[in-house]
Design a protein around this ligand. Structure first.
Ligand code: HAM
Length: 423
């Protein structure tokens, strides 16, 4: 028997209500802050991610699902949404619209990573982007939106971690200083860190291994080495967050794993920290459009893993309403009864009343059992007598003992007024 590929999931009907719950609330929050929906392709030219996300990142180095298509062009299943959205912004000349262009999307993404709790190879994100504006008020709006989304979903005790990592003007000097500091403390660093020091010293700050922590704790902070415009931007951002009553922790070791970030970066962490538990993260990417061959265009956004949100909803015991059971369930005697029940079920559905029915050739008792299991409020029975005189028997399946026979003509009226609710 075939198995789903490692690191992928099947979302079954009993779990689907969590998904629609998160998706519906995402759309509601998007509407409340005037973000318009965009949908971009599941795959892009490989260069969009290699140039956008950055050749020296784990994502591009190790995790991309890339393939040559039949025309010989290298394509990649998107490992994230931002690079594709900025590609679309440039290609569709969205700089001609009022700025910033505020967009959101729900996407599937793919990373060839080692699967574990909360980490999948095929996963889903909600993603918000605001492109075309440097004002730190946009950064604050996005953080506010993200936190309000979690709050509205019922998540509590999340913490907002943030930092500023400067831009092309001030970061090189900071990275140099950071590298110098690490080179002076090589003894306190693991093998991996020493290797990464040569390619991307910033990424060391992310290292979780206990043996490296003493050195990392003493490392210089990017926020202390910002140029004046970056410092002004950072202060503006924090100021707006305070105005909105949003509490935050400045985390000097927060750098994020994608190379396009400039200035603002942030993550939202759950109360219980696991290795793969960040609920969502984002930041500013003022150099990304240029990396993709466009005019310099600032941008900022965040993404949040839907699987991670759902794990957290379950951990925190947030109950989600299951899909309602059908209102009625048809039970019938023979072929003629089945045909009649199909006709009536279609008539009820067209009128907005949910209906299911027995299939195959099961005995009446079995059919009534299935009707009960379906959770339907009413069984609608078409037996010999009913078929003979165009009537139908209504039986209450939810505790009541009511059972009565009415004419088929009256069925809709009775269900609409006397019994059951629509849908
Ligand atoms: P990211 O931090 O790579 O950022 O991913 C954002 C979120 O996606 C993570 O916080 C996590 O919830 C979820 N996620 C990432 N990888 C996996 C995985 N393998 N399995 C399950 N969930 C995962 C980005 O993707 C950026 N595009 C965010 C952004 C938007 N920055 C600016 N705009």
């Amino acid at each position: 028997m075939y198995q789903a590929p490692r690191g992928t999931q099947d979302i079954l009907p009993e779990d689907a209500p969590y998904w629609t719950y998160v998706e519906d609330e995402t759309r509601r929050q998007a509407r409340l802050a005037n973000y318009g929906e965009i949908r971009t392709p599941t795959f892009e030219e490989t260069a969009v991610f290699a140039r956008g996300v950055g050749a020296a990142t784990d994502i591009v180095e190790k995790e991309m699902y890339s393939f040559d298509d039949k025309g010989g062009d290298s394509m990649t299943l998107r490992p994230e949404g931002t690079a594709g959205i900025v590609r679309a912004y440039l290609q569709r000349s969205m700089s001609g619209r009022p700025q910033p262009v505020k967009l959101f999307t729900l996407l599937n993404a793919f990373r060839y990573d080692r699967p574990q709790k909360g980490r999948f190879r095929a996963f889903h994100q909600i993603d918000f982007e605001a492109i075309g504006e440097t004002d730190p008020l946009v950064d604050a709006e996005l953080v506010g939106l993200q936190l309000r989304l979690y709050e509205a979903l019922g998540l509590r005790r999340l913490s907002l971690q943030l930092n500023s990592i400067g831009d092309a003007r001030c970061r090189p000097a900071y990275v140099q200083r950071l590298g110098d500091y690490f080179r002076q403390h090589l003894d306190g660093l693991c093998e991996d860190c020493r290797r990464r020091l040569e390619t991307n010293p910033l990424r060391l700050l992310d290292e979780k291994r206990p043996e490296c922590q003493a050195v990392l704790d003493g490392a210089p902070h990017s926020a202390d080495h910002l140029c004046d415009p970056c410092r002004g931007h950072f202060e503006g951002w924090l100021d707006h967050l305070e105005t909105a009553g949003i509490s935050y922790t400045i985390n000097p070791r927060l750098v994020r794993g994608l190379d396009y970030y400039t200035r603002s970066v942030w993550e939202v962490w759950p109360p219980v920290q696991g290795a793969q538990s960040t609920v969502g993260g984002g930041g500013r990417y003022d150099g990304l459009a240029e990396q993709l061959g466009g005019k310099p265009t600032p941008g900022v956004g965040f993404a949040s893993g839907i699987e991670r949100i759902i794990l957290e909803l379950k951990d925190q015991g947030v109950a989600v309403t299951p899909q309602p059971a059908p209102c009625v369930y048809f039970v019938s005697m023979d072929e003629r009864g089945k045909r009649q029940s199909f006709r009536l079920a279609e008539m009820l559905r067209a009128a907005g009343i949910s209906a299911d029915m027995a299939f195959g050739d099961r005995k009446i008792g079995k059919q009534l059992g299935a009707a009960d299991k379906s959770g339907a409020q009413w069984a609608l029975i078409l037996g010999e007598n009913e078929l003979a005189n165009d009537s139908i028997t209504i039986k209450d399946l939810r505790g009541g003992s009511e059972q009565r026979t009415i004419t088929q003509r009256d069925l809709l009226k009775v269900l609409e007024h006397g019994h059951g609710s629509t849908e």
